[in-house]
Write a protein that binds this ligand. Structure first.
Ligand code: FEO
Length: 392
């Protein structure tokens, strides 16, 4: 892909990675991704915002063949999908220097061995004149590393936001054309990467919202030419209010736990509660993460492997704990053969969720009448708890 013009002297650059299916050896990318860099030319200085993943460095370097001069490379974030090609850019432009936050400087030295003398740091709110254009650097820590910042191009009202507001989509669309598709991808991105930092992201959102913004240019996915779309979505996702939703990740080995899941899902649905059921044997964990963004309750379904929860369930519980969604309640259901320590072990895996644990339902072997009654009671308790807390 060639560089593409956004405004006079402002260009999208970067690489579209159609084939990537896993990020950080953890996060599924069903729709690929892009590594967006941007170029802003002022009357006196030219700046490159971020670079690309080193696996696609040749794409960016080809685009830069027609750019005779770069004075600064703004490194919004130290993670290598954006910073990994900075060394090659500095090699080409011998007088260019990197702009980063003080924390970012340390990371660029540690991760990429960039010489200290080629990095300048900027304070929160500091500006840099490009001649007829002005950049304002806004520190936005923890979106999603401690060093992150964004840049506001004042005259054009463009916010270069790096990971903030990003979406993992490989597309030829420069701007968002299909909001529903981008909404899902951006929510997945938020859920997997940003959600643990929900509260600090709220402060950062308040900070950037003070600017008049015409375009948000993230480093993954298309540019937002209707910024309110993604700002409002983030406002909803980071709010303290969960929705009337239960997330139910489970595993079943011989059908007993599955029968309990099926019964509980029906009982909750009858009571007006939305349930997202995920069979962990086949689930895309990104889908599970998306569902956790809004959910008020998680119910974990597990059979016993020996006397503890199934390893896939351990993984899902650990992941939910790490993502720190705004859950308020949790419970466990499942079946055991001769003994179970599932409750204690699962509770030990989710200390950061700060949830009220509702009475679990465990049965020996296949569920019987008393077990189904207990599942009805659990469904009623969940529905009542949601209603009492005005969770709609
Ligand atoms: Fe897109 Fe945190 O890197």
């Amino acid at each position: 892909m060639k560089a593409r013009k956004i405004r006079e002297g402002v260009y999208w650059m970067g690489a579209v990675d159609w084939d990537r299916r896993l990020f950080d050896s953890l996060i599924p990318l069903p729709d690929g991704t892009s590594y967006n860099a941007y170029l802003a030319q002022g009357s006196e200085r030219t700046v490159l915002f971020d670079t690309v993943d080193p696996t696609m460095a040749d794409v960016l370097m080809f685009q830069l063949e027609s750019v005779p001069r770069i004075d600064y490379v703004v490194a919004h974030h130290g993670e290598q999908d954006h910073s990994g090609t900075i060394p090659q850019v500095l090699e080409k432009y011998r007088n260019a220097r990197v702009i980063a936050t003080p924390k970012g400087k340390g990371m660029l030295i540690d991760l990429l061995c960039i010489p200290e003398e080629r990095i300048v740091t900027v304070d929160d709110g500091e500006t840099l004149s490009l001649g007829d254009r002005t950049l304002e650097f806004i520190h936005t820590p923890w979106v999603h590393w401690p060093e992150t910042m964004v840049t506001y191009l004042q005259e054009e009202r463009i916010l270069f936001s790096c990971d903030f507001f990003g979406s993992h989509i490989a597309t030829t669309d420069l701007y968002v054309t299909d909001e529903a598709r981008v909404y899902e991808a951006a929510k997945r991105y938020y859920a997997e990467i940003m959600m643990p930092f929900r509260r600090v992201i709220k402060r950062n959102l308040d900070k950037v919202e003070k600017r008049e913004i015409d375009l948000i240019a993230p480093s993954h996915g298309p540019v937002y030419d209707r910024p309110g779309f993604i700002i409002d979505a983030y406002g909803d996702w980071i709010s303290e209010d969960p929705k009337n939703v239960v997330v139910l990740p489970y595993i079943s080995m011989h059908g007993s736990t599955e029968k309990m899941v099926e019964y509980l899902v029906s009982a909750l649905a009858e009571r007006g509660v939305t349930v997202h059921q995920f069979n962990l044997a086949v689930t895309d964990i990104g889908k599970l993460a998306i569902a956790l963004v809004d959910a008020a309750t998680i119910v974990i379904g597990t059979p016993m492997v020996h006397v503890g929860p199934h390893p896939n369930v351990v993984y899902a519980a650990y992941l939910a704990n790490a993502l720190r969604p705004k859950l308020r309640f949790a419970s466990v259901i499942g079946s055991y053969g001769w003994n179970s320590k599932a409750i204690e072990q699962i509770a030990g895996l989710i200390p950061d969720l700060k949830v009220e644990i509702l009475s679990p339902v465990l049965c020996q072997g296949f569920p019987g009448e008393a077990d189904f009654k207990a599942l009805d009671d659990l469904a009623a308790t969940i529905a009542d708890k949601h209603r009492e807390q005005n969770i709609a």
